[in-house]
Design a protein. Structure first.
Lengths: 220, 253
């Protein structure tokens, strides 16, 4: 869980960085160019397979672990300590993971399927044709309930990471007396910042907001 | 603090033997002194039950001074009751007030089968210790304990880990019934000391193999164990255990 978890954390950083283009000036062109690079670079295409493997492993391991752990106490307590001794999100990783999985399926249908199997309009920059993934984004995020579902997805991700990052460090034995607090703090910051940036994307696209950065392309 | 006496309702798990289904039974206990320990309160209840010709409630206890690790039971969902860093025998009735309804259950885990009522078998812990929780010492004269100098900080960490009394509250508290805090304390206190060094690699591998065989769940780092441990063993020991395990399995001799 820890190894695949950390691998997926790296993916989140890359995904967040590339897609943050939609928050700034000239969003359409910058984002479409970035998406084109991600879709055409051979190394990234190979890594995409690795990413699917990583997701599947994490999901399968997660459910297996949850079932095994549930089976290790056949007779249940009448009264439980609940939040007095542990955090609800640390006990709810399977539930949060399931919510993220549902979101992931929807997300892939919205963006990954059309960009791999067709269905996107095209756009031209400097005489070269690109998929207009940004237009797809505008279409999808025009619907308010979709925006709400995406926000809930980011919310689930945040809670999942809040436990996940420090838990993975503990499982791999990285945690020690000197770094316990540091690792916890990194986990908290990461679990707030990354899902927050993700959450801004559907909002920005839906309301047509943009952070003005002039002609400079900030990312990518 | 003012002494007071109280009347309580006790909802206690009764189970004739390991194979019995088990059920809750409710008892009234009157005139309980706030100065009694929780076990003394059950002693009083048991005397009443015996006087009425009923079966007394079976529960584990030994030293009654918080150091043997024999007492157990889950009180209102908390192993060893609501106080932090306290065993059931050191939990005093001033933790409760007049009219309280208290639910008392045994430690529940597949690896800790109920023997009778509130008594569970914690033999799984003994078998884990037998798998490697010791150091081999040659016969002959006892070696001077201070012959090998040990850094103060390591000695302190080893001692803090060795404070584990093996009561099993960590297993009882864990949503997965995992024994990782217990095992990590046992591995840590030897791994930190030079005396534990020679058998370090084999110890952790064998003890983990035995733990898995006993049917405990896996650690998902919720840290409920640390919150409930009467000796307040730190979960940092679990990270050390994981480190020791990775070192032992990844590096070939």
């Amino acid at each position: 869980m820890a190894l695949t978890g950390f691998f997926l954390v790296v993916f989140l950083i890359v995904h967040c960085y590339i897609n943050a283009n939609v928050l700034f000036s000239n969003a359409e062109e910058n984002f479409n160019r970035a998406a084109h690079f991600m879709g055409s670079n051979i190394l990234i295409r190979i890594m995409e397979i690795g990413l699917f493997v990583g997701f599947i492993l994490h999901i399968v391991q997660g459910y297996k672990l949850e079932l095994q752990n549930r089976a290790s106490r056949k007779s249940r307590y009448a009264v439980t300590a609940g939040n007095k001794t542990s955090k609800w999100y640390s006990r709810s990783m399977a539930l949060l993971g399931t919510l993220i999985l549902l979101f992931l399926v929807l997300h892939l249908v919205h963006f990954w399927v059309p960009s791999r199997f067709g269905g996107l309009t095209e756009v031209e920059y400097d005489g070269k044709t690109y998929h207009n993934l940004y237009a797809q984004m505008q279409d999808i995020f025009a619907v308010p309930w979709v925006v709400v579902v995406y926000l809930l997805g980011c919310f689930s991700l945040s809670w999942h990471l809040l436990h996940g990052v420090q838990s993975a460090a503990q499982t791999l034995g990285i945690t020690s007396k000197n770094y316990f607090q540091t690792i916890k703090t990194i986990g908290i910051v990461f679990s707030i910042v990354v899902p927050l940036i993700f959450a801004l994307m559907p909002l920005f696209v839906h309301f047509g907001w943009q952070i003005n950065t002039g002609d400079i392309s900030l990312l990518f | 603090m003012q002494h007071y006496s109280m009347n309580l309702k006790l909802k206690v798990w009764r189970q004739r033997n390991t194979n019995d289904q088990g059920h809750f039974e409710t008892y009234d206990v009157e005139n309980v002194s706030s100065e009694m320990s929780f076990l003394e309160m059950i002693d009083v209840l048991n005397e009443q039950l015996i006087a009425k010709g009923e079966n007394p409630i079976a529960f584990d206890h030994d030293c009654r001074e918080g150091i043997c690790g024999m007492c157990s039971m889950v009180i209102d969902g908390r192993p060893h009751g609501p106080w932090k860093g306290t065993t059931t025998c050191q939990l005093h009735m001033r933790a409760f007030k007049d009219g309280d309804m208290i639910t008392v259950e045994p430690f529940r885990a597949n690896a800790f089968p109920v023997i009778k009522d509130l008594m569970v078998s914690r033999s799984a812990f003994d078998r884990i210790i037998q798998a490697g929780g010791y150091i081999s010492v040659n016969t002959g004269n006892a070696v001077d304990g201070n012959a090998i100098p040990i850094e103060k900080e390591k000695a302190d960490d080893a001692f803090a880990a060795a404070a584990c009394i093996g009561c099993g509250a960590c297993v009882a508290a864990c949503k997965n019934a995992s024994a990782m805090l217990f095992l990590s304390a046992k591995v840590s206190h030897l791994a930190l000391l030079p005396q534990g060094e020679p058998e370090k690699k084999q110890r952790v591998v064998n003890m983990i193999a035995q733990m898995d065989k006993e049917g405990f769940g896996s650690c998902t780092n919720t840290y409920a164990c640390e919150a409930e441990c009467p000796k307040e063993i730190s979960v940092l020991n679990i990270a050390r255990l994981n480190r020791e395990y990775l070192n032992s399995t990844l590096s070939a001799d």
